[in-house]
Design a protein around this ligand. Structure first.
Ligand SMILES: [Ca+2]
Ligand SMILES: [Ca+2]
Length: 601
């Protein structure tokens, strides 16, 4: 969540005697990796070929039956501005958006997004007002960064797990947000930080008060104060990230910050509270959790941490079989894969994302098309080996890293390419607010990565927020705001709309198994088959290069079954960097402009 790179430390943690009992209990159920969830495969079944099951999806309504290419997009209300001249290339084919957990998510930092009451702080009614914008973008999920009562602008230090922070509004505001989101077919997941609480959380304050009252030789008794077992307390300072309880010779762990004491997830009594919290949000209509910092639940204890994720997920799924969970395991691909043993659906793909990942490097021409599709294949192999029902969660950047505009030096074509690759990845891609208009960040300070959403650059409208207080001033975006970009067919924003539209026309992009068509794949050119449920297949052709590319499909060796498969298909849709560019398929020759992507069905 905040700064990473904590020194791994856990050596001999001098635990309270009572905790040992709880730990033994947890170990007894946590000694084997949880089984993959059983409900997700059937979940796909219900969405396949009928019109039913699609009606709740964002703007869906045409279902998989509409693969005739007629172009009469009955469900085109998802892109509500279809008549707008800016929408060239939007709505070429009918929408086909199954109502499942494969979604296109939009990450919202509420504080900086949209202000409804003029105090300069983004809030929940502000988000609700902008849900039409999110739906128009083509997204059918939102991730709200922390919304619970907190002491900071970022709100990752929770004071009350069953509340809305007063700066953001009320529970009634949240109910209205959920209702409108669900009306639009948008699912809502919320950030959940359970590695730590705020030092102002009543649990922590009560525990500290209790410890202060103990004599020097007296051991704490959880029967008297249960909250002493909710955290890691010790009479010794275990490491540099342990802090002294004021007024007494006791110490606690605060792996991120002294104001964020770490919870002890081996404490059974704590789980009672966590389950009550889950009940509360599920009753509120929340569709899933974005789990903050599970790597740090216990440092270097992957199995313990994965079991904790799995335990909460199974509890939530028992109440809502569609419940979703995506976790922040900011680590190597191998470690991310290990966390899939939790049986929870999604891990953010930190390997494909960030400035050094294949998506942004692909946008910059520093990653070949061939390497990109091999990367897709590798993720599928590594993640499915640990959880066959995994849903990859790729992204370009998030609130903890420099924005895409910085990584790609404000080069709009490169930014579009990176987004285009993202939107053909398997799983549920996440877009960080402002990325779709090329917003900038600055340096390493977190506040500078979370600047106010630019709704219009000409005359900032009332909903414009003032952003984090400690953000640097005068960080200016190289691109105009939403209002201006919507009217420019060639804008980054309209590229995102076209890219997500292509995804929403072709469910195989999210869900289809990847096969690389080897004879047609080299360097900047790649062709893959995406097979969904054994019968629905598309071919996707990439030109990551800087020059137009012609792939001679007809001239390729048809004795290769994959090649023959591609040859049997017609051009169904495409995505080009600029709206006036076209992909053509004539006399068996597929011509793709620089940075273009073609879909054949
Ligand atoms: Ca406000
Ligand atoms: Ca921890």
């Amino acid at each position: 969540m905040l700064d990473k790179g904590n020194e791994m430390r856990k050596k001999k943690v001098f635990r309270l005697i009572s905790i040992l009992t709880a730990a033994v209990l947890l170990c007894s159920c946590g000694s084997k990796a949880p089984q993959p969830p059983q409900a997700q495969a059937p979940e796909q079944e219900q969405t396949v070929a009928g019109a039913e099951g699609t009606s709740e999806a964002a703007g869906a309504g045409t279902g998989a039956a509409d693969q005739t290419g007629s172009g009469t997009s009955a469900g085109a209300d998802l892109a509500s501005g279809d008549a707008d001249p800016a929408d060239i290339r939007i709505g070429q084919q009918p929408l086909n958006v199954p109502d499942d957990n494969y979604r296109t998510y939009y990450e919202i930092f509420v504080y900086s997004f949209s202000d409804s009451d003029g105090d300069g702080i983004g809030d929940l009614p502000g988000v609700t007002q902008k849900l039409d914008y999110v739906a128009d973008l083509g997204c059918n999920g939102i991730w709200l960064m922390p919304i619970m009562q907190s002491t900071t602008y970022h709100k990752y230090d929770v004071v009350d797990y069953m509340s809305i922070d007063a700066e953001y509004g009320t529970l009634a505001d949240f109910d209205a947000l959920i209702a409108r989101a669900h009306e639009l077919g948008i699912r809502v997941i919320i950030d959940l930080a359970i590695n730590h609480t705020s030092s102002e959380h009543p649990w922590f304050k009560e525990a500290c008060a209790y410890l202060r009252g103990l004599g020097p030789e007296e051991e704490p008794d959880p029967a008297v104060c249960p909250y002493v077992s909710y955290y890691h307390f010790s009479r010794e300072r275990e490491s540099s990230t342990w802090y002294r309880v004021s007024g007494v010779e006791w110490f606690y762990e605060g792996s991120f910050w002294d104001k964020m004491p770490d919870l002890d997830l081996s404490c059974e009594a704590l789980w009672t509270d966590l389950q009550e919290m889950a009940d509360f949000w599920i009753a509120e209509g929340v569709d899933g959790f974005r789990m903050d910092a599970p790597l740090h639940y216990e440092e270097n204890r992957t199995e313990f941490n994965a079991n904790a994720l799995g335990r909460l997920y199974e509890y939530c799924k028992a109440q809502n079989p569609d419940f979703y969970m995506v976790s922040e395991v900011w680590a190597s691909e191998a470690v991310i894969a290990d966390y899939y043993q939790s049986g929870t659906p999604s891990m953010f793909n930190f390997d494909a994302g960030q400035a050094e990942g294949m998506l942004i490097r692909g946008g910059n021409g520093k990653y070949s098309a061939e390497s990109f599709v091999k990367g897709m294949l590798r993720y599928a192999a590594d993640f499915s080996a640990k959880n066959p029902y995994y849903i990859d969660a790729p992204f370009l950047t998030n609130h903890d890293m420099p924005r895409v505009a910085n990584a790609l030096n404000n080069k709009p074509d490169a930014m579009k390419r990176a987004a285009g690759l993202l939107m053909t990845m398997s799983g549920s891609p996440f877009v960080y607010y402002g990325e779709e208009i090329g917003m900038k960040s600055s340096g390493t300070k977190d506040e500078n990565k979370r600047l106010p959403m630019i709704w219009s650059s000409e005359a900032p409208p009332a909903e414009t927020t003032r952003g984090p207080r400690d953000a640097d001033k005068n960080i200016t975006s190289a691109f105009p705001g939403v209002a201006e970009q919507l009217t420019d067919p060639d804008s980054i924003l309209n590229y995102y709309r076209r890219a997500i539209r292509l995804r929403n026309e072709n469910p195989e992009l999210a869900r289809g198994l990847v096969t690389i068509v080897e004879p047609l794949t080299r360097d900047d050119q790649a062709v893959v088959l995406r097979e969904w449920k054994g019968n629905s297949i598309i071919a996707v052709a990439y030109n990551i290069g800087d020059e137009p590319l012609t792939i001679d499909l007809a001239g390729a060796d048809a004795s290769d079954p994959d090649v023959a498969n591609v040859q049997s298909r017609a051009l169904y849709g495409f995505l080009t960097i600029h709206p006036e560019e076209e992909v053509t398929l004539e006399d068996g020759k597929l011509t793709i402009p620089a940075g273009g992507i073609a879909v054949l069905r």
